[in-house]
Design a binder for this molecule. Structure first.
Ligand SMILES: Cc1cc2nc3c(=O)[nH]c(=O)nc-3n(C[C@H](O)[C@H](O)[C@H](O)COP(=O)(O)OP(=O)(O)OC[C@H]3O[C@@H](n4cnc5c(N)ncnc54)[C@H](O)[C@@H]3O)c2cc1C
Length: 426
């Protein structure tokens, strides 16, 4: 393939990059999508759930051709101690609002959609550098190839090298990232459905807080594929580095919990992955654009993890679309300077889905309270034990029992402050 004549280079064929390339190609732009993996998604890691709405926007009815494992109908959260668990479950009315998928299949499928629309994809090609002329990005450097373009959209993921090369981000602090680990455990589909109370094709998404993270900031997740369970942990980078803890030790704790042990019994672990997650939100970069370049998706901190929903892929797709639309405007004006590209920032704040990142921008600070991962799960489980246990020693009314359990664990002042803070944050 000739590497000349491209108007735009999109770096990284993850969800953000393929969505950007597809949006541009649909408008007849000569776009090059560059991916370092052997195929898009070859090494990409995530938990397992994708919200459908941006795919409907991008592809219309053909979004249903996506490699869907199961549509998520059950949502759950469990507070756990080593030997107890308190779960809340919700069965959604929305039959197709989100689904589970495997990235190796999903990313490949979305990149193929971009190719069908006219984008040129090259794989096994790592972009090492940017062509910079004065204060303007004028293309990319991949190995021996120097590829000049009018604009670059950097969608190179959480460990972005390109935003750093353009001077838009410094070294990330440990509190700005989390470490995610995931096991894929194979089980027959009927076993998964029996154990999680699902009909065939239906899926579950569940999060876990408490003893699984050993008191550190973080929690576990479980998603059901057709014939496997994705089980993982996300733990704050600050705690992982300061406590010198191995990510694998959290996975052991989660897997050994009686509730989880029953769910995965007899399963075979066929995959183990680990990856970094940006947690600082859009503040991660000084700004997501410069002359000739836009940064989108994880690379720009465009992700929303508020503890009960984890939105990386949908936000990345929306961010990629917004980046491409900004480049289309620049193309119309024939002005790829930051004067035009700063329109990306306006789009981020105007788009209802992307605006969620700003609505919940105090979440990372709130979630840094370590008692959310130790005292509260213990309190919830202790209160449930006291409420449900009948052993002839006499019972208290529920409110009195809750006060008794809270006493000695947390002051009423802190409890009320956390509740008010939580109400304002979530
Ligand atoms: C453990 C874990 C669980 C998660 N669970 C969920 C979940 O359930 N749901 C959800 O929505 N999100 C989840 N996420 C987040 C989600 O994976 C990301 O937010 C999403 O993948 C971001 O998409 P992206 O396209 O911005 O980046 P990525 O998916 O990281 O894609 C970046 C692409 O760029 C390529 N690349 C990087 N550098 C170069 C280079 N120099 N040259 C060429 N190519 C390059 C990479 O190979 C990759 O294909 C999870 C993340 C982790 C780690």
């Amino acid at each position: 393939m000739s590497l000349e004549g491209f108007e735009v280079a999109v770096v990284g064929a993850g969800p953000a990059g393929s969505a950007a390339a597809l949006t541009l190609a649909k408008e007849g732009v000569q776009v090059l999508l560059v991916e370092r993996g052997t195929f898009p998604g070859a090494k990409n890691v995530f938990g397992g759930r994708i919200y459908s709405y941006p795919l409907k926007k991008l592809l219309g009815e053909s979004w249903k051709e996506a490699p869907i494992e199961r549509f998520v109908r059950k949502e759950g959260i469990t507070f756990m101690t080593d030997d107890s668990a308190f779960s809340i479950e919700y069965e959604s009315r929305d039959p197709e609002g989100s689904f589970t998928a495997k990235r190796a299949k999903f990313d490949k499928w979305l990149a193929e959609k971009a190719e069908k629309a006219g984008a040129s994809l090259i794989t096994e090609s790592r972009v090492d550098d940017l062509i910079i002329d004065g204060n303007r990005v004028k293309g990319i450097v991949a190995g021996q190839d120097k590829i000049p373009t009018n604009a670059v959209i950097a969608c190179d993921g959480a460990t972005t090298g390109l935003a750093r090369k353009a001077g838009l981000v410094g070294m990330l602090e440990p509190y700005q990232i989390s470490m995610g680990t995931k096991d894929v455990i194979e089980l027959p589909s009927e076993v998964i459905e029996d154990r999680l109370g699902l009909d065939s094709e239906q899926g579950a998404a569940h999060v876990f807080v408490g003893s699984c993270s050993g008191g550190l900031r973080g929690g576990g997740f479980l998603y059901t594929n057709k014939d496997s369970i994705a089980l993982g942990m996300v733990v704050g980078g600050e705690d992982v580095s300061s406590k010198q803890t191995q990510a694998s030790s959290f996975m052991d704790r989660l897997r050994k919990h009686p509730k989880i042990k029953r769910l995965i019994k007899g399963g075979k672990t066929v995959e183990y992955d680990a990856h970094m997650i940006p947690e600082a939100g859009p503040k991660m970069l000084t700004r997501p654009y410069t002359n000739g370049m836009i940064v989108a998706g994880d690379a720009a901190g465009h992700l929303l993890n508020n503890g009960y929903t984890f939105r990386g892929v949908d936000i990345a797709i929306q961010s990629g679309i917004a980046a491409a639309q900004t480049v289309l405007e620049a193309r119309k004006r024939q002005d790829y300077s930051e004067n035009t590209l700063r329109g990306f920032q306006t789009k981020l704040r105007a788009d209802p889905a992307l605006k969620d990142m700003y609505t919940f921008n105090h979440v990372p600070a709130y979630l840094r309270k370590s008692r959310l991962y130790s005292i509260y799960p213990e309190l919830v489980c202790a209160a449930a034990e006291a409420i449900y246990r009948v052993d002839g020693t006499g019972k208290k009314k529920i409110f009195k029992e809750l006060r008794t359990q809270a006493k000695g664990r947390i002051s009423i002042f802190s409890l009320v402050r956390d509740m008010i803070g939580g109400a304002r944050t979530f």
